[in-house]
Design a protein around this ligand. Structure first.
Ligand code: ZN
Length: 291
């Protein structure tokens, strides 16, 4: 790393992860709160099989600081054990095989709908004193995945799905606020929202609904920042997204998004760059409360 941060007093590094926040749409709607002082596109890993970014893979790479290939991850210890045993014997099971096993476990209540399993490598959240709010691979509550399974299996209508996504979004905003009251000596907070991705995947939804969601997110950012500033003097506020959305094709687009309320050094080009940037910030910051 060429440049180093001059030691500065930082009270908190707050990262808001917004799944599928599309750079082009933020730009088109000119959402300045989401854009902050510095913003841009970031390169993210492209999943070999599907040819587009896969959310679990991108968030894993973001947290670990390296492109990580996520073949199959399950929230069930049992399935992960089977995966590992097969791996030891060099048996390369295909995804369909695991989908079947997963379906079996989900049906009998042994597993959840999670697409985030367990990471075997340390993340920057493990290395720092961190708080995780609905964070992939830690405490993501899977509610959006459950909803998507219900909608995908025609158990609920589009109208109902959209309504539920909006309710989830409102409760997530409240949850993040509540959790801020419980920040102790943590230096890094990562809060995650998955509802933009969900709404965008609901085809046939009116585009104005998606725009409204973006505008609402843009309004939420200053409210969240003000709330943080009540408790902390110096907050580094970073927004990160794992990919955007290609509204013509109805699939993930190829680049992620980021913004920051302070100029980051170095300027991130890849989503994996944040790992070092955050660790460097933590290392050089004289956190309040530290001796
Ligand atoms: Zn995603």
């Amino acid at each position: 790393m060429g440049q180093r941060y001059i030691e500065r007093w930082i009270d908190l590094i707050f990262i808001l992860g917004i799944d599928a926040l599309d750079y082009e749409l933020v730009e088109k709607l000119n959402l300045n709160n989401l854009k902050q002082i510095e913003y841009g596109k970031v390169i993210v890993p492209i999943n070999e099989k599907i040819g587009i970014p896969s959310s679990p893979e991108v968030w894993a790479s973001f947290l670990i600081g390296e492109n990580i290939l996520i073949k199959f991850e399950s929230s069930s210890y049992f399935i992960n054990m089977i995966t590992k045993i097969l791996g030891i014997f060099n048996i390369d099971s295909d995804e369909e095989f695991f989908k079947k096993i997963r379906g079996f476990f989900v049906r009998f209540g042994f597993s959840s709908y999670s697409r985030f399993g367990y990471l075997t490598r340390k993340t920057f959240l493990d290395i720092t004193k961190s708080k995780k709010i609905n964070t992939p691979y830690y405490n993501f509550d899977n509610k959006t995945f459950k909803l998507s399974a219900l909608f995908g299996n025609n158990k609920i209508s589009l109208k109902k799905a959209v309504k539920e996504i909006k309710l989830l979004y409102e409760s997530r905003k409240k949850q993040i606020f509540r959790e801020l009251d419980n920040i102790g000596d943590e230096d890094v907070v990562f809060a995650f929202m998955h509802t933009a991705d969900m709404l965008q995947h609901c085809s046939f939804i009116r585009f104005s609904e998606i725009e409204q969601h973006y505008i609402d997110l843009d309004n939420y950012v200053p409210i969240l920042k003000n709330r943080l500033e009540d408790s902390f003097d110096e907050v580094i506020f970073i927004i990160v997204s794992d990919h955007g959305f290609d509204f013509d094709k109805g699939t993930h687009s190829m680049r992620g998004f980021y913004s920051s309320n302070t100029h980051l050094i170095p300027k991130p080009e890849k989503i994996t760059d944040f790992y070092e940037i955050i660790l460097e910030l933590v290392k050089n910051a004289n956190f309040a409360g530290m001796d």
